[in-house]
Write a protein that binds this ligand. Sequence first.
Ligand code: PMP
Length: 287
Amino acid sequence: MTRTVYVNGEYLPETEAKVSIFDRGFLMADAVYEVTSVLGGKLIDFEGHAVRLKRSLDELDMQEPCTKDELLAIHRKLVELNDIDEGMIYLQVTRGSDGDRDFVFPDPETTKPTIVLFTQNKPGLADSPASKKGAKIISIEDIRWGRRDIKTVQLLYPSMGKMMAKAAGADDAWMVEDGYVTEGTSNNAYYVKNGKIITRPLSNDILHGITRKAVLRLAQEAQMEIEERLFTIDEAKEADEAFTTSASAFVMPVVEIDGAMLGDGTPGPIAKRLREIYLDESRKAAI
Ligand code: PMP
């Protein structure tokens, strides 16, 4: 089945969808994005993603391409047209194209943002074998820019991080700045010691994960102890267990960090429990 995608007001077969070569998303990574999961044909935490998109746009003085209600309608229509039961919807908004290349932002009166959405069909997403095995992590230096709270499409270094992990026989990388873990290449990072969940507090240094917010709330409701503070890789290597959170992988147990096995090398009880609770609650709240 040919995927139907959305570009600037039109639903098109993916082979017919076009964006200008002068688009600032393409030339300058002048663009922001969101990824929303679909479970049982419904959207997980659409509200959170819509609010963060607005924040990213505001931080970059970029116009909103449409209202939140329109955005919801586009998401739902793409799910329907592409018959998605489990998967993701990728959304990208760029500052558009004024038909040439210039560092200076184009006039928002005459240059409208580009908006693109497409679906990724992932049957079995909630029940992924990777989540049962757990992830092996390596640590790498965090050399990204200083506004990681804005969800821009500058994903070259995270891509390189995943390649470094692959080359080392691991699944993903956690990034370290000034001796402290910031986050994973595409997820927020946590470890658990003596029943307490430790994760880095929110700041401009990390993305304010939509899944992070939901999981911390659910952990609190389940009477789990949480401490938001800076932590080192050495501390995490001594953990009883660890995990990451993201909209597309939910709660992913971590079983090895820089070659050090955590616990018995299988997903830990807290990560497993949080994954279950998160998936249950998300399905209930999905729209
Ligand atoms: N940090 C980074 C760097 C990410 O790319 C992501 C996923 N986009 C996350 C954290 C997790 O955010 P969310 O839970 O909103 O997917």
